[in-house]
Design a protein around this ligand. Structure first.
Ligand code: G3I
Length: 349
């Protein structure tokens, strides 16, 4: 009988378990990304190791927003964002840029300034040109405009929309202009519109779809739609997610899942019940299945990957545990299901 030496068995086992990461399982089918923060990389080895091992794409959670990138009217500070880009390059990861225009994260000097139409128009153009050119060749896809619609489908109030607005006219004034400016600054970058609470349909979904149709029809340079996917156990639109992604891919657009998490009720130490963690796994699974089923859904990105480092507890009291890894960076049931689904998809290719 032929018996493998123990060293060979260990080696084989080692090889197969080394291959079992999200990024290796997803390779060639979708990009698997996460929001990331440079401070966490430098202060926590487990954070940096898990980030590089599991993901092939990262997106600065805050460092490319106006408030951090542009501390004063005439000063850009690229240091923190550049650090993330460097980490991504060193580890063979793509970078998504987030975000060129948003109603939040507006620096004080901008939000409280007195501006004319001309001032705002120039500020916006100069910002988009400077930032997109700075990251050209490093950022492969931008969230050009983030969260521009109200739940009822009307356009949301923001410095860019109201005061007095920097549009080129037409129903989507400033949004359209932002896409045109970003495309001129880096014609190779993929340009996305990104939003939340529209994934399951409704007036906001209809409004974004109408805008996407209009942009495609008139040749406004848009490449995709970001489905944020910040969910709770009760808010996953499992039945409509695929269909709603297809509404955009049918227009020739890509879809990215951009900010996936599923927050849970937690106890005083931030832990959820085992039952909720199992239900959470199913919810993550629904989103991954939907993306894998839709040709044109090309990235699945989570909004942070460890419960120790997630934005959720700071924003939702009594909730947390929304990510794929627990507070000790151990994989949760959701991680295992996502990995299995990605592995299955990769094997079926
Ligand atoms: O940098 C300051 C720091 O100097 C200060 O000491 C500290 C005190 O609170 O605040 C720090 O800024 C915080 C920033 O995160 C960086 O950590 C802001 O207060 C805080 O509001 C900000 O929160 C971010 C939020 O967007 C607003 O920009 C979250 O981390 C980030 O996860 C969240 O991400 C958004 C996406 O961009 C868009 N979609 C929804 C998603 C979740 O809200």
């Amino acid at each position: 009988m032929f018996v493998l030496p123990i060293a060979a068995v260990v080696c084989l086992l080692g090889t197969s378990s080394e291959a079992a990461t999200l990024r290796s399982a997803a390779h060639g089918r979708v990009h698997i990304g996460t929001a990331a923060k440079p401070g966490f990389i430098s202060e926590d080895g487990r954070y940096a190791t898990t980030l590089a091992r599991e993901f092939d794409q990262l997106e600065p959670e805050n460092e490319m927003k106006w408030s951090l990138l542009r501390p004063a009217r005439d000063r850009f500070d690229f240091a923190a964002a550049d650090e993330l880009v460097r980490f991504a390059k060193q580890n063979g990861m793509l970078v998504r840029g987030h975000t060129l225009l948003w109603y939040q994260a507006v620096p004080k000097w901008l939000g409280e300034g007195q501006w004319t139409w001309n001032d705002l128009s120039q500020l916006m153009a100069n910002h988009i040109q400077t930032v997109v050119r700075h990251f050209a060749g490093s950022v492969y896809a931008w969230d050009v405009v983030n969260e521009a619609f109200h739940p009822d489908g009307s356009l949301r109030s923001s410095i860019w929309y109201d005061s007095p607005g920097t549009g080129v006219g037409g129903p989507y004034g400033y949004i359209e202009r932002a896409f045109v400016l970003a495309h001129a600054a880096d014609p190779r970058a993929k340009l996305f519109y990104n939003d939340y609470a529209f994934e399951g349909g409704g007036p906001k979904f209809e409004a974004i779809l109408a805008m996407a149709r209009d942009f495609k029809k008139r040749g406004v340079p848009i490449n995709g739609i970001g489905f944020q996917c910040h969910f709770t156990l009760n808010s996953i639109p499992a039945a409509t997610l695929q269909k709603n992604m297809r509404a955009f891919t049918d227009l020739g657009l890509e879809v990215h899942i951009t900010e996936l998490d599923v927050r849970l009720p937690v106890d005083g130490t931030g832990h959820a019940t085992p039952q909720d963690l199992e239900r959470q796994a199913q919810m993550y699974g629904e989103v991954v299945r939907a993306c894998l089923a839709v040709r044109g859904c090309s990235a699945i990105q989570v909004w942070g990957f460890s419960d120790a480092r997630s934005w959720i507890p700071r924003f939702f009291s009594g909730q947390g545990a929304g990510t794929l890894f627990d507070q000790e960076f151990r994989p949760k049931p959701a991680y295992r299901l996502v990995l299995d689904l990605l592995t299955g998809a990769a094997a079926a290719r």
